[in-house]
Design a protein around this ligand. Structure first.
Ligand SMILES: NC(=O)c1ccc[n+]([C@@H]2O[C@H](COP(=O)([O-])OP(=O)(O)OC[C@H]3O[C@@H](n4cnc5c(N)ncnc54)[C@H](OP(=O)(O)O)[C@@H]3O)[C@@H](O)[C@H]2O)c1
Length: 276
């Protein structure tokens, strides 16, 4: 897919949240072998070094794999953000990152200032060390504030989204402002896979529930990067481009949306966790 800055991002990637560093190189190695060319990590996940190792071990050119990382919550002050980005490149042993995100807006911390943090990301993009820049967990008012006070429009907004939590307002804002939506926890960490509607559709199509849900995201235009340490699932989650959901099925899945009640992760308006 084309980002608003002209760079391309593979719509399907591989997420490494909650993969232990000792298991990361194996999981990412398997994903690369299967064909994934987009890896989503973060400073907070503690496994950037192992992601870099796996890419080198796979013998792939740096340019063949799209890698995202995210600024940790303790580093929003501009000088800290610059240093943290340097540490990310060092851990990955890369000389550039494809996409760097502010992980959380933290509106109750740093006097509510995420704009000066964003301006550091603009700097990193200008100097070519972050090819694309974006945000994560930004709500509409946060995006509106960047639009009013910053120069660059985020290329993506990575937010929780799955059939139980459509996150429509944030997705609609992105669609209207040329910001692609990345859906985190796209299968709600497995919680939507036993849903009777999803199971029915999967049976009708001879697919697995995870494939149906990931396909629903892709047809909505979301970027997804399901996480798994199970080789069979890593393969299964990649096989989603050889079938289609018709409009009626898309609507059935979309109607599972429970609004705010379907949110599984923290609310970005109040989330203020800073790792020690
Ligand atoms: N920006 C943010 O704040 C944020 C927050 C959360 C996540 N993320 C990103 O989004 C990525 C994905 O989200 P996530 O890791 O929270 O959850 P997810 O991808 O929705 O679900 C992962 C869970 O589902 C299981 N699973 C995966 N494929 C399956 C399949 N085909 N059948 C059955 N179970 C399956 C995995 O188990 P096994 O591993 O045991 O196979 C794991 O427990 C993360 O890795 C991270 O990159 C970002």
């Amino acid at each position: 897919m084309a980002l608003n800055d002209g760079n391309m991002i593979p719509q399907l990637g591989f997420g490494v949240f909650q993969i232990e560093p000792k298991d990361t190189a194996r999981a990412v190695g398997k994903a690369l072998e299967v064909g994934y060319r987009h890896i989503d990590t973060a400073q907070m996940y503690g496994n950037e070094a192992e992601v870099g190792q796996a890419i080198r071990a796979a013998g792939l050119d740096r340019a063949e794999v799209f890698v995202t990382s995210k600024l940790n919550n303790g580093f929003h002050r501009p000088d800290d953000a610059r240093k943290a980005f340097d540490s990310t490149l060092q851990a990955l042993q890369f000389d550039y990152l494809d996409l760097f995100l502010i992980h959380w807006p933290l509106p109750t911390l740093y006097d509510g200032d995420f704009v000066s943090t964003w301006q550091v990301l603009e700097e990193l993009q200008r100097d070519g060390r972050a090819k694309s820049i974006g945000v994560s967990n930004f709500q509409v008012p946060h995006l509106e504030r960047l639009a009013a006070e910053a120069e660059v429009t985020p290329a993506v907004n990575q937010v929780e989204a799955h059939p139980y939590f459509g996150n429509e307002e944030v997705r609609d804002y992105g669609a209207a402002h040329n910001i692609l939506t990345e859906a985190w926890s796209p299968i709600a960490q497995g919680r939507v896979l036993g849903d009777p509607t999803i199971v029915d559709v999967a049976e009708e199509l001879g697919r697995t529930p995870a494939q149906v849900v990931l396909r629903w995201h892709v047809q909505r235009g979301d970027i997804v990067f399901p996480k798994s340490t199970t080789p069979k699932r890593i393969e299964e989650n990649f096989q989603i481009f050889d079938f289609e959901l018709d409009d009626a099925v898309m609507d059935r899945i979309t109607s599972l949306n429970r609004g705010e009640a379907g949110r599984q992760g923290p609310n970005p308006d109040t989330f203020d966790y800073v790792p020690g």
